[in-house]
Ligand binder design. Structure first.
Ligand code: PLP
Length: 380
């Protein structure tokens, strides 16, 4: 946790403002992360994945640093434009789009779209004529803690047909994209995906389609409980893979970091509401917080994302707990299959700090489920 966040939380507590949980994001950490990506992959353009944290403060900072933006909806496109990005720095990167949203994006000046099937190509040809398209290929995401399933992408062989269809319909077949899975801890995960992309490049060239771009997606991790490799290690491994599969003709490349750009910049402060057991003989404590799956911790869904949690008792003896949220939904349990170690001295009313929560938290808490307000956020 940065000193600035520590100071902010102290002041908030002293003013008696700490009645609800909150997320605090240190923008200097985001600035440093952007610099690290630019240094580790100097030849790749950064398209920040807005979905990770679309706060206007984050978007304006990144726009001022020269970032481009990967947007999943017209609303995200509008947020990126409002933050100062020009349309040529924005992609509509969702493979699943309503045709009327494609038309709205086109009217806003967007000319770069992602596809993974011919039906999507047809929509774009009708509603965003002449635009550039890149085709997402399927990837199995081995090694990722938050894999992105078969929902997105198509087989590489089909990608050639999809890009061919784009060309026939007057679009510009621009390139290939893939995503190696979010929170990808294997630096070599890009190698096989780049091999697949290079094959599509070659197969397209045989049909007279000259692709020029590879979008290497996100997947760069943030530190939760386990250590993760530094961005520079990913950069080296990706560069080696590009060289290996594309030789001297390395195409234009894009990366779309989300979690890796903002995850470690945020801390959630939460309060222990209740500590109980299910029977007199039971050893296992149930610790209920004032934040849960519906308040911003949705990524604990299958317990694969395991946040680091700190308290004033750090250094005390630890014992495993079931960790749950405050709502009346029984699914609102964060860690139960693999209980979470917390200090045995933990008390009701204690504040806990959940680290690495700058990404994929605030946006998941947008509704006031059970009357609990959406997660309050501060970007400092
Ligand atoms: N790009 C696309 C198309 C995505 O769907 C996502 C995440 O879902 C990202 C980038 C960001 O991924 P990450 O947060 O793992 O960097």
């Amino acid at each position: 946790m940065t000193e600035r966040i520590q100071e902010f939380l102290r002041a908030r507590r002293n003013e008696g403002q700490d009645l609800e949980p909150c997320l605090v994001v240190d923008l200097d950490v985001v600035r440093d992360n952007f610099a690290s990506f630019a240094k580790a992959l100097p030849d790749s353009r950064v398209f920040y994945a807005v979905k990770a944290n679309p706060a206007p403060e984050v978007l304006s900072l990144l726009a001022s640093l020269g970032s481009c933006f990967d947007c999943a909806s017209v609303q995200e496109i509008q947020m990126a434009l409002a933050a100062g990005a020009t349309p040529d720095r924005i992609s509509f990167g969702n493979t699943i789009k309503k045709e009327r949203d494609i038309a709205r994006a086109f009217a806003l000046g967007i000319r770069l779209f992602s596809v993974d099937c011919s039906a999507e190509v047809e929509k774009i040809a009708r509603s965003a004529p002449g635009s550039k398209v890149f085709c997402r290929i399927l990837y199995d995401c081995a090694g990722a803690e938050w894999p992105l399933s078969r929902k997105f992408g198509c087989d590489p062989e089909m990608a050639v047909d999809v890009l061919d269809a784009a060309k026939r319909l007057g679009l510009e077949p621009y390139g290939i994209s893939f995503h190696v899975g979010s929170q990808q801890r294997k630096v070599k995960a890009w190698d096989r995906a780049l091999a697949m992309a290079a094959t599509v490049f070659r197969d397209c060239a045989e049909r007279g389609i000259n692709l020029s771009m590879v979008n290497m997606g996100g997947g760069f991790p943030t530190k939760y409980l386990k250590e993760v490799p530094a961005v520079v290690q990913y950069g080296r491994s990706i560069f080696r893979a590009l060289r290996k599969h594309f030789g001297n003709q390395i195409p234009e490349t894009i990366i779309e970091p989300g979690r890796g750009m903002v995850g470690n910049a945020g801390i959630i402060e939460t309060e222990v509401v209740l500590i109980s057991k299910k029977s007199d003989e039971d050893e296992m404590r149930w610790v209920y917080l004032d934040i849960g799956k519906f308040g911003g911790l949705a990524e604990t869904m299958d317990e694969s994302i395991r946040y680091a949690i700190k308290s004033r008792h750090d250094g005390a003896e630890m014992a495993p707990c079931v960790l749950a949220g405050p709502t009346c939904d029984s699914a609102d349990v964060m860690y139960e299959k693999l209980p979470y170690p917390l200090p045995v001295t933990l008390e009701i009313g204690d504040k806990l700090l959940i680290e690495g929560t700058g990404a994929y938290t605030s946006t998941y808490s947008a509704v006031a489920f059970n009357g609990f307000p959406p997660l309050r956020t501060y970007h400092i």
